[in-house]
Ligand binder design. Structure first.
Ligand code: PEP
Ligand code: MG
Length: 574
């Protein structure tokens, strides 16, 4: 039967392939009573299931490819910790004893209790961890039910397989990576879930939040995953299939052509140089940065070094990571953002509930509230600065006193290194992220104290339009083209440029092809984005004329009518 499902795109591109259903055992668990005499054996069976799941995780870890993203190891550790926790490894034994029920049923009952507790948590990061519990339980259920691992999928010459699952554990994705699946789709999961984070690193078209795909799709059915539009087409008719196959081959061809631009300097048709930088989360992302010929790292989100672990990375460990990036970039700029935790990015063991996390102790506020942690990071960054061109970026500044305090900590960190005769770049530049409307509207005071600015449009939009960027219910209100957003963005670019302070955009707007010309027209000359987006943005820059885009961008800025804005944007991109 031919039908279409809509979800959220996690990774763009088009893929055509046959469905490979990944079983969701917990949905089909039987419930039966066991006689008194069988209780001990049932508990033994439960323990064996837990042990087998542990062995599987150990096997996954030992088979982890050397180039696997660091998150994989962290996910396996997290799943192992969940397995070892008594609430999962012991509580079901009591249920088996008390209720005389089968091991699977006891496990699912306990899972539901835990999931309920996680669902009630206010911290979105912790709330999302309920998916990890479900994935671990599913692994144990498969072991208990003697579920064989999915049969080795047979890749057809013509089409790859597309994984269809209720949910996917990042650890399982290691196997998918080995099998070169063409794409994957899941019923649940937000675009900020662990699975989504790993999905992006796999670079295959992927959709989440399809709700009923796992139930509606049959094994082997032909699917089209359109990661550009967030659409899944099931059992397409021949005309649609032919159309998508054409689009897919055009897309592949385009990607190949774009790769040739790797060493071409980015400049507009009228000769204005444009700098294109890459955003990274971990040193492992450097391969992608080199592949596209980025001019540097415009945003290193260091908080990813701090996640999914119980302890904090010490000064030496951080130094190694920053040095690796600085050295690998061979003198090209590397902008290292100090820890931006809080809101949806909580540190383990630091999950005290805040009434409103997005407006709470986040980013620079957190750094200033934890001076020792901040100083450790600053010393690590400073030490790495002698290995390349390193810059420090302060996240989410709103008040001048925050910048003053941060600069005082940088001075203190330098003095601590001086005392020990440790070398660093004495002239290291310090910039600030403009991602709160208050900062955008009081720019000159920041320009006096900082060497450069970086516009974090993801948060600027969140705070301007008062919508939580992680909340599905208001996702449709997240609008980069809202006049207030555009005014703030243009104002920051123009004010900084007039004041001769370098300004970049490092939020998602910088990698959005539909907005490249608009931003060029506002005067932006420095874009930082996910490496995969860079070649297409470069090509757009090469085909843009400032003389043409500037007047249109000004018209967009004057428009307060959404339809008119979109019409002008279409003209700009024609
Ligand atoms: C932003 O807010 O635009 C940004 C780049 O920072 P992050 O997405 O890490 O909050
Ligand atoms: Mg931000």
């Amino acid at each position: 039967m031919n039908f279409v499902l809509h979800g959220s795109s996690v990774a763009s591109g088009i893929t055509v392939g046959h469905a490979h259903l990944v079983s969701s055992a917990r949905l089909d668990v039987a419930h039966y009573q066991i006689p008194d005499a069988a209780v001990t054996a049932e508990i033994f069976r439960f323990d064996a299931g837990i042990s087998r799941a542990k062995q599987e995780l150990a096997l996954l870890e030992s088979q982890m490819p050397a180039d696997a993203p660091a998150e994989f190891g962290a996910f396996i550790n997290l799943h192992r910790m969940i397995l070892e926790d008594s609430s999962l490894s012991h509580a079901p034994r009591d249920l088996i004893r008390e209720r005389k029920c089968n091991a699977e049923w006891a496990l699912v009952q306990q899972m539901e209790t835990l999931v309920e507790q996680f669902e009630a948590m206010e911290d979105p990061y912790l709330r999302e961890r309920k998916a990890d519990i479900q994935q671990v339980v599913e692994r144990v259920l498969k072991a208990l039910m003697g579920d064989k691992a999915p049969a080795e999928p047979q890749l057809s010459e013509e089409h790859k397989l597309i994984v269809v699952a209720h949910d996917l554990s990042p650890a399982d994705m290691l196997l998918f990576k080995r099998h070169e699946f063409g794409g994957f789709v899941t019923d649940v999961g937000g675009v900020t879930s662990h699975t989504a984070i790993v999905a992006r690193s796999l670079n295959i078209p992927a959709l989440v939040g399809l709700h009923h795909a796992r139930h509606m799709i049959r094994e082997g059915e032909l699917l089209i995953v359109d990661g550009n539009q967030g659409v899944l087409i099931v059992d397409p008719d021949p005309i649609v299939l032919a159309e998508y196959q054409l689009r897919q081959s055009q897309h592949e061809l385009e990607k190949k052509k774009l790769r040739r631009l790797k060493t071409t300097p980015a400049a507009t048709l009228d000769g204005a140089a444009v700098e294109l930088y890459a955003n990274i989360e971990l040193p492992q992302d450097l391969a992608g940065v080199h592949e596209v010929g980025a001019q540097g790292v415009g945003l290193f989100r260091t908080e990813f070094l701090f996640m999914n672990r119980k302890d904090l990375p010490g000064e030496d460990e951080q130094y190694e990571a920053y040095r690796e990036v600085a050295k690998a970039m061979g003198g090209k700029p590397v902008v290292i953002r100090t820890l931006d935790v809080g809101a949806d990015k909580a540190l383990s063991g630091n999950s005290q509930l805040m009434p409103n996390p997005a407006l709470g102790l986040r980013a620079i506020r957190f750094c200033l509230a934890e001076p020792q942690m901040f100083l450790v990071q600053l010393r690590a960054i400073l030490r790495a600065s002698k290995h390349g061109c390193v810059r420090i970026l302060l996240p989410m500044v709103a008040h001048l006193h925050e910048v003053e305090q941060a600069l005082a900590f940088i001075k203190q960190a330098k003095e601590q290194l001086d005392d020990k005769h440790v070398a660093y770049d004495k002239g290291i530049e310090v910039g600030g992220m403009i991602e709160i409307p208050a900062a955008a509207l009081s720019l000159p005071m920041f320009m006096k104290r900082l060497d450069f600015l970086s516009l974090g449009t993801n948060d600027l939009i969140q705070y301007t339009l008062a919508i939580d960027r992680t909340d599905d219910a208001v996702a449709h209100l997240y609008d980069p083209l809202h006049p207030a957003v555009l005014h703030l963005v243009a104002h920051v670019i123009q004010t900084a440029t007039r004041g001769d302070i370098p300004v970049a955009v490092c939020g998602e707007m910088a990698g959005d092809l539909a907005l490249t010309r608009l931003l060029l027209g506002f005067g932006l000359r420095n874009f930082s984005m996910h490496p995969a987006q860079l070649p297409a943005i470069k090509e757009r820059v090469l085909r843009s004329s400032l003389a043409e885009v500037q007047p249109l961008a000004q018209k967009v800025l004057r428009s307060s009518d959404a339809a008119k804005t979109r019409e002008l944007l279409a003209k700009l991109n024609a």
